[in-house]
Design a protein around this ligand. Structure first.
Ligand SMILES: [Zn+2]
Length: 169
């Protein structure tokens, strides 16, 4: 149906000029920079990239990325689902064009170089990495490892508790 996202390259400004739309399913296993933070690379993200030019002649890319990657809980190291819902708007800055004043740009938009050969997959990966929590955690951990430490504090606390027990023998 649709060609794979890997290797898909767009000319940003041209993509915006023609009002291009790209809709893809991206496997989590296609995003190697995410691998460290996931307990599984099974699953997909739905991605939609749309380009357009506004009335002022500015070029834009809208990136919509949704999915539910399973991140590694920093407390019990078990998987914790994270609902990803990225809607980010990127202003494409052509070579020689003036960059927007940071103070005037609202938080929902960002400015990027309008590359002639933009690797879409890499841009998607950037956006996802930015959106992931720094230290993902279950609201309440219920894995055996977390329970062993009493309050589910950390595997190291569990280890310390275990050592303390042994020294009483
Ligand atoms: Zn946990």
């Amino acid at each position: 149906m649709s060609e794979p996202i890997a290797g898909t390259v767009i000319d940003c400004l041209e993509f915006a000029r023609i009002g291009g739309v790209l809709v893809r399913s991206v496997g989590l296993d296609e995003l190697p920079r995410l691998a460290d933070q996931l307990t599984t690379t099974a699953g997909v993200l739905s991605v939609r990239v749309e380009g357009w030019r506004d009335a002022e002649g500015k070029s834009w890319l809208q990136m919509d990325i949704a999915g539910e990657p399973v991140l590694r809980c920093q407390r019990c190291l078990d998987g914790v689902k994270f609902a990803l819902g990225i809607k980010s708007r990127l202003q494409l800055i052509a070579p020689g064009e003036e960059w927007p004043d940071e103070d005037l740009v609202d938080d929902s938009t960002d400015a990027v170089n309008a590359e002639k050969e933009l690797a879409v997959l890499s841009l998607i990966e950037d956006e996802v990495l930015l959106a992931l929590p720094i230290a993902p955690r279950h609201e309440q951990c219920d894995s055996p490892l977390a329970n062993a430490s009493g309050q589910g504090s950390s595997p190291f606390a569990a280890l310390a508790a275990l050592k303390a027990k042994q020294s009483f023998r």
